[in-house]
Write a protein that binds this ligand. Structure first.
Ligand SMILES: *Cc1c(COP(=O)(O)O)cnc(C)c1O
Length: 360
């Protein structure tokens, strides 16, 4: 067996311990004679799996009792519609557009109501987070929406926007569980798990209870009403059982690692290895304004398309996978989620230093 260093933005690297455990339990989950994939979601066995997953997630993120945790399907992208469908009582909301995922959410919301662009960083290819201290937020807005970590462009909100009393809704797909979070600052936070937590197919929503109501937009599918899912413990229909089971294992892994304070510190150390190199390099440079840099997604370029392509090809040949930048921005991007060991980043930097020497 040989594993590569996988810098994919998503689906992305998972902890080896988790993959090994899942492999061990594949044929016979704890003596029940079947795989978790094969068991009824209504069984006691599975009930324990999903309940334990929720309890561990609550413990990790310190989720208050008045917030529901939902395990849903359809990816983060389906929530782009579910958010307005469930929250747009006044049919008006503000969107801060800091990249493609925020833009997609904004465009989707426009289908259902008056979505207002409050701020944008499109003028500089989303390479920074706009000042969000005094945005034109009005009292009739049902919520203010952000994408907290911009997976494609590598920026992160290090300070949440001043929402002027409106509910904050955040897509946290690519920073989920990378650091401690004060859940009480959000009305809703949600994310697809394939970036930092588990297999694609599961999306986790954490929603303050009073925001879960029957008053959804007319025509909201039963499945997309958070109330339906909350009333049925995320099991109105068959949930993505196996995916949730793997998420549960990752939660246990995070707890064993020491929790989110420890992960934050590890992630800061890891990212610093790469950013310090980029800041001193004569060939490579990071593309993001320093204060807004993500700890999870690190885009960089040489400013020469041919050299970029050469770098991607040569790095792949020696076992660094998925360093090519997003198809819309080019260059390179290293995604260094929780499960990427520091050693992986150190080896990448060694390789970059060597490439620099040979190509400058
Ligand atoms: C990947 C990603 C999405 C899209 O997720 P899907 O599960 O493919 O719908 C949305 N938002 C962010 C921030 C992402 O990184």
């Amino acid at each position: 067996m040989s594993r590569v260093y996988n810098f994919s933005a998503g689906p992305a690297v998972l902890p080896e311990e988790v993959l090994k455990e899942a492999a061990d339990e594949m044929m016979d989950y704890r003596g029940c004679g079947m795989s978790v994939m094969e068991m009824s979601h209504r069984s006691k066995m599975y009930d324990d799996i999903i309940n334990e997953a929720e309890a561990d997630l609550r413990e990790l993120l310190n989720v208050p009792d008045n917030y529901k945790v939902l395990f849903l399907q359809g990816g983060a992208s389906l929530q782009f519609a579910a958010v307005p469908m469930n929250l747009m009582k006044n049919k008006k909301a503000g969107y801060i557009v800091t990249g493609q995922w925020a833009k997609k959410a904004y465009q989707e919301a426009k289908v259902y109501g008056d979505a207002v662009e409050l701020a944008s960083s499109a003028d500089k290819t989303f390479s920074y987070i706009p000042d969000c201290s005094d945005l034109p937020i009005t009292d009739d807005m049902d919520y203010v929406y952000i994408c907290e970590n911009n997976t494609i462009y590598g920026t992160k909100f290090w300070q949440l926007p001043n929402t002027k009393g409106r509910e904050l809704v955040a897509d946290v797909s690519s920073c989920f569980l990378s650091e401690p979070v004060d859940v009480t600052k959000y009305g809703v936070l949600y994310g697809g798990v394939q970036k930092n937590i588990g297999p694609a197919g599961v999306v986790i929503n954490i929603i303050r209870e009073d925001l879960i109501t029957d008053e959804c937009l007319t025509g909201t599918p039963t499945m997309m009403k958070w109330k339906t899912q909350a009333d049925n413990g995320s099991m109105y229909n068959t949930p993505p059982c196996y995916g949730i089971y793997i998420c549960g294992k990752v939660f246990k892994w995070l707890k064993n690692m020491g929790g989110l304070e420890v992960m934050k510190q590890r992630n800061e150390e890891k990212a610093a290895v790469l950013y310090d190199f980029l800041d001193n390099s004569k060939l490579f440079r990071g593309t993001v304004v320093k204060k807004d840099r993500s700890l999870m997604n690190v885009p960089f370029v040489t400013d020469n398309d041919e050299l970029d392509a050469k770098f991607v090809a040569e790095s792949k040949a020696v076992g660094f996978e998925n360093l090519k930048g997003h198809r819309t921005v080019g260059g390179m991007r290293a995604s260094i989620y929780n499960a990427m060991p520091k050693e992986g980043v150190e080896k990448l930097v060694e390789f970059m230093a060597d490439f620099e020497k040979k190509n400058i």
